[in-house]
Design a binder for this molecule. Structure first.
Ligand code: ATP
Ligand code: MG
Length: 267
């Protein structure tokens, strides 16, 4: 699963990453559904031990361009997981109170506690993406944020948080197809947002901003994965594989029972 992992301090050129890649799975869409179902079962079991053990915290970050598939990925990958053990935080444009604070203030509050999985649908990375592309803050402000983010994530990791970050990579044509679908399919009209079209015009600026994010903030403790996302089924599968493998590597166990349980008789 190291296939899509960004090595720390490597320079990412997104034109060299193929959003249509399917090379890490030896099968087609039909077969992927069987595998995904199996991984869903595994995740369900792992989440239960995570919760029971109450030791680890897990943070999963999703970033993508509009229509990149963050919502669909979250829906598929976490299907069937006990809703009590997982929190999804969707970060929209900051409210006035949030803007009055540092950019990590609203983020920190949504990080996972022990035994929990927190899923970020967009994240603090917007503060070096949209904030940079739209010049919402000066360069001397956003340019320092990569270090701030690395320090913040290192602190979370040192305090027991396992961090995974996924950039779902679609190409510009695929985005066009998906936005078109939102215009044509009545059940998707609600998802259509005119602002997505103006954002689309800034595609190249976003790519440059993403390349900096991926080059500067993929660390041992908080790695980025660049997931080929033009094929939904492949994207879901890859995210699921990485997540399940990472949780398995934590070698979690149910807590030891207290002494004398075998002597208890329930009347
Ligand atoms: P979809 O991919 O389906 O369009 P979405 O995640 O784009 O879903 P929206 O409600 O359309 O959801 O958009 C959220 C908006 O909030 C995005 O345009 C994003 O750039 C913006 N946003 C998030 N965080 C920040 C931030 N820190 N500063 C400014 N804008 C932000
Ligand atoms: Mg949007």
């Amino acid at each position: 699963m190291d296939h899509y992992r960004v090595k720390p301090a490597s320079k990412v050129d997104l034109s060299k990453w193929d959003p249509k890649d399917k090379s890490a799975f030896d099968g087609d869409k039909e077969l992927s559904k069987v595998r995904l179902k199996y991984l869903n079962h595994k995740l369900r079991a792992l989440q239960e031990v995570l919760y029971a053990e109450g030791k680890h915290k897990v943070l999963v970050v999703f970033q993508a361009m509009d229509a990149g598939g963050k919502d669909g990925t979250i829906r598929s990958v976490f299907k069937g997981v006990n809703p009590q053990g997982i929190h999804v935080a969707s970060f929209k444009a900051p409210a006035p109170e949030e803007l009055a604070h540092d950019f990590l203030w609203r983020i920190h509050k949504r990080t996972p506690g022990r035994g929990e999985i927190a899923v970020f649908n967009r994240s603090h990375y917007e503060d070096v993406l949209v904030a940079r592309v739209h010049k919402l803050v000066a360069e001397k402000v956003w340019s320092k944020r990569y270090d701030h983010i690395n320090c913040f994530e290192a602190m979370l990791a040192d305090e027991g948080t396992t961090i995974l970050k996924f950039y779902l990579q679609i190409d510009k044509d695929e985005q066009k197809k998906r936005l078109q679908e939102r215009l044509e399919n009545p059940t998707k009209h609600w998802k259509f947002n005119r602002a997505d079209l103006s954002e689309r015009k800034l595609w190249d600026d976003y790519m440059a901003a993403y390349e900096d994010v991926l080059s500067k903030t993929s660390t041992e403790q908080a790695p980025w994965y660049i997931i080929p996302a033009d094929h939904n089924w492949y994207r879901n599968l890859m995210v699921s594989e990485v997540l399940v493998k990472t949780l398995e590597d934590l070698q979690m166990a149910y807590p030891e029972p207290e002494a004398g349980l075998d002597k208890i008789e329930i009347e």
